[in-house]
Design a binder for this molecule. Structure first.
Ligand code: SAM
Length: 273
C-alpha cells in the first residue's frame, strides 16, 4: 500500500517511520511512504504556495493549481487512488474508516497550513475530507500521521489479526483493563480471577471490565454496542429459546446496573471533594 503525502514540511515525516511496528512494515515494503514538497510544484521564484483569502480575512490559503499539479502527477502514475484532505471541517476519523481505507492501493494525503486550502481544489480533486477531532491544529502533518498509523494496522500482517479483534472499538466496546507484574503494587492487587487459570471466568470478567470502561468513558459507544449485542443474542423468538434469552438479558442488565451503581458512587465522592 502506498501513502503519498503532500506538505510544505515533508521532512517532518522522516523520523516517524524509523520506529516500531511501522518501521518493519516500511522495511518489508508492505507500506511505502512517498513524500512530496508542495513548493516543488510552485511556479514563482520564491517557491510560494499560498495567497490571500478572497473577500478578505486574516491568513493565507494554499493555491488550487499547485495542489492540483501535485496530485495529478500521482494520479497519472498510480491506480486506485483516494485523495484525502485533512481538515477540521471533515468527517471525524475512527477505526471503521481506518479499516475501510486500508483497502486502497494509494492514499493521497493533503496537509494544509495557515487558514487551509482553496475550496475549489476540494470540490474538484478531493474524495474525502477527514478531521482527527474537534480541535484546530496548526497543520495537517500530525493528522496525516494519525491516519497512516491507524490504517497500517489493518494492512497485511502489520498487526496479528487476533490482536486486532480484541482491541478497543472492535464491536463498539473499549478494551478491558490490563495488568502485569508485580501482583501487588501500591496496595492494589491484580484481580484474583486473572490468576485463577479459569478461562471462562477470565473471559466473563474481561467482558464486564470492557462494559465498565465503555460505560464510564464512552456511553455513546455503549448505546450502539447494546443495540447490536442484544439484537444478535435475542434474535430467535420462540418459546424454547425464551428462557435462554431471558437469562442473557438479565445478565446484561445486571452488569449494567452494577456499573451504574459504581458510577454513581464515584460521582458522589468526586462531587464532595
Ligand atoms: N481555517 C481552518 C478552520 O477553521 O477549519 C483551520 C486551518 S488549520 C489552522 C491549518 C491546517 O491544519 C488545515 O488546513 C488542516 O490541514 C490541518 N488541521 C487542523 N486541525 C485539524 C484537524 N482537527 N483534523 C485534521 N486536520 C487539521
Amino acid at each position: 500500500m502506498n501513502f503519498h503525502i503532500f506538505s510544505i514540511f515533508p521532512d517532518f515525516f522522516k523520523e516517524y517511520f524509523k520506529f516500531g511496528i511501522l518501521s518493519r512494515a516500511v522495511e518489508n515494503r508492505v507500506v511505502n511512504i512517498h513524500l512530496y514538497n508542495l513548493r516543488d510544484y510552485s511556479e514563482d521564484k520564491r517557491l510560494g504556495v499560498d495567497d490571500r483569502i478572497a473577500g478578505g480575512g486574516k491568513g493565507m490559503l494554499f493555491k488550487a493549481p499547485i495542489l492540483q499539479k501535485a496530485v495529478r502527477n500521482v494520479r497519472e502514475n498510480f491506480r486506485n487512488c483516494k485523495v484525502i484532505y485533512l481538515t477540521p471541517q471533515g468527517k471525524v476519523f475512527n477505526n471503521r474508516m481506518a479499516k475501510e481505507l486500508s483497502g486502497y492501493e494509494n492514499i493521497l494525503l493533503i496537509c494544509g497550513r495557515y487558514e487551509g486550502i482553496d475550496g475549489r481544489f476540494v470540490e474538484k480533486e478531493v474524495d474525502l475530507e477527514i478531521s482527527i477531532g474537534d480541535y484546530v491544529l496548526t497543520g495537517g502533518e500530525l493528522p496525516a500521521l494519525v491516519l497512516i498509523d491507524a490504517i497500517c494496522r489493518f494492512v497485511g500482517d502489520t498487526v496479528k489479526s487476533q490482536a486486532l479483534k480484541e482491541e478497543s472499538f472492535e464491536n463498539d466496546l473499549l478494551e478491558y483493563e490490563h495488568y502485569t507484574v508485580p501482583n501487588e503494587w501500591e496496595g492494589i492487587k491484580i484481580p484474583e480471577v486473572l490468576r485463577s487459570g479459569n478461562h471462562k471466568a477470565i473471559k466473563e470478567y474481561r467482558f464486564y471490565s470492557s462494559l465498565k470502561k465503555t460505560y464510564f468513558n464512552r456511553i455513546d459507544l455503549l448505546e450502539r454496542f447494546s443495540v447490536s449485542y442484544l439484537k444478535d443474542k435475542l434474535e430467535v423468538v420462540d418459546f424454547k429459546n425464551l428462557k435462554k434469552q431471558n437469562k442473557i438479558l438479565k445478565e446484561y442488565l445486571f452488569n449494567i446496573q452494577k456499573i451504574a451503581k459504581e458510577w454513581r458512587y464515584v460521582r458522589r465522592n468526586s462531587d464532595s471533594e
